[in-house]
Design a protein around this ligand. Structure first.
Ligand code: CP
Ligand code: NVA
Length: 311
């Protein structure tokens, strides 16, 4: 098939809820199959000759390596762009960039600032666009986190996930996942850093419960998860956040309050001694390395689905 040719209607993955529950569960099925092949050293190259452009407007280790390695494993190739080494850094409109890049490649992954920026790109793209993190969402990470949970503990439906720390891109994506997949999200943030009511609407208590005390939020949770206190792009707030978040460090006491089977996750990069103690992130309940590896496997399933549909 020629480059740039779509087999079905153009789909993007800009937020978790862009796919239906059925499609998301299908991705997890494909992820398992694709991961099993990888572990058996069995070549699987359905994206032979396909090309992924990755545009990074913020730093990355995992997202870059997982997309790049994953695309090569699927038989395709990758072009890596950053703001600094492309015309994006010299004010070329994002719409023009989208029109040009999407005439030459089959798929685009973008890590950028505002969600509206990736939406503007997608609306001028001829090919599927994947969100590799924006200020508002990080859907590929939550796919990996939930796949990791399923691998270790089975279905996430009916379980409780405790989010401790900042109401950031990760937490808003967890909330979309809870609404879709039928689990309960406990969120504890410092005062002044809560989820924005205008963004979340009024989720039922089966979906979202908010706690001022992080220990209360961990009670009975099947997964305890956190993230940096200061996300990329908010570095000016670093000092104020260090003070405000001091009690939102996931420690052994919080893990002890959770369900005895509880896992610990962190999307990484982590700061031991800030949002999590070394004892927890390096301890027996932590699955952060599986979680990081699974970024690659879920994204291979995602790229396969966006380019080839249901197989
Ligand atoms: N978790 C994650 O997205 O990591 P990177 O910032 O290293 O890509
Ligand atoms: N919330 C973090 C996630 C990094 C992968 C950030 O946006 O910087």
């Amino acid at each position: 098939m020629s480059q740039n040719q779509q087999t079905g209607p153009l789909r993007h993955y800009l937020q978790f809820r862009d796919f239906t529950k059925e499609e998301t569960l299908y991705l997890f099925e494909r992820t398992k199959l694709i991961k099993d092949k990888f572990k058996r050293y069995e070549p699987y190259r359905p994206l032979h000759d396909r090309n992924l452009a990755m545009v990074f407007e913020k730093a990355s280790t995992r997202t870059r390596v997982s997309f790049e390695a994953g695309m090569y494993q699927l038989g395709g190739s990758v072009i890596h762009l950053t703001t600094g080494d492309s015309q994006l850094g010299r004010s070329e409109p994002i719409e023009d960039t989208a029109r040009v890049i999407s005439r030459m490649v089959d798929l685009v992954m973008i890590r950028t600032f505002e969600q509206t920026r990736i939406e503007r790109f997608a609306s001028h793209s001829r090919v599927p666009v994947i969100n590799g993190l924006t200020n508002e969402y990080h859907p590929c990470q939550i796919l990996a986190d939930i796949f990791t949970f399923i691998e270790h503990r089975g279905s996430i439906e009916g379980r409780t996930v405790a989010w401790i720390g900042d109401a950031n891109n990760m937490s808003y994506t967890w909330l979309q996942a809870a609404e879709m997949l039928g689990f309960t999200l406990h969120v504890s943030t410092p005062k002044g850093y809560e989820l924005d009511p205008a963004r979340i609407g009024q989720p039922s208590v089966k979906v979202l419960r908010q706690f001022s005390d992080p220990l209360e939020a961990c009670k009975g949770a099947h997964l305890v998860t956190t993230d940096v206190w200061t996300s990329m792009g908010y570095e000016d707030e670093n000092e104020a956040r260090r003070k405000a978040f001091a009690d939102w460090c996931v420690d052994a006491e919080m893990m002890a309050a959770a369900d005895p089977s509880a896992l610990f996750m962190h999307c990484l990069p982590a700061h031991r001694g800030e949002e999590v103690t070394a004892e927890v992130i390096d301890g027996p309940q932590s699955v952060v390395w599986d979680e990081a590896e699974n970024r690659m496997h879920v994204q291979k399933a995602l790229m396969e689905f966006l380019l080839l549909g249901h197989l």
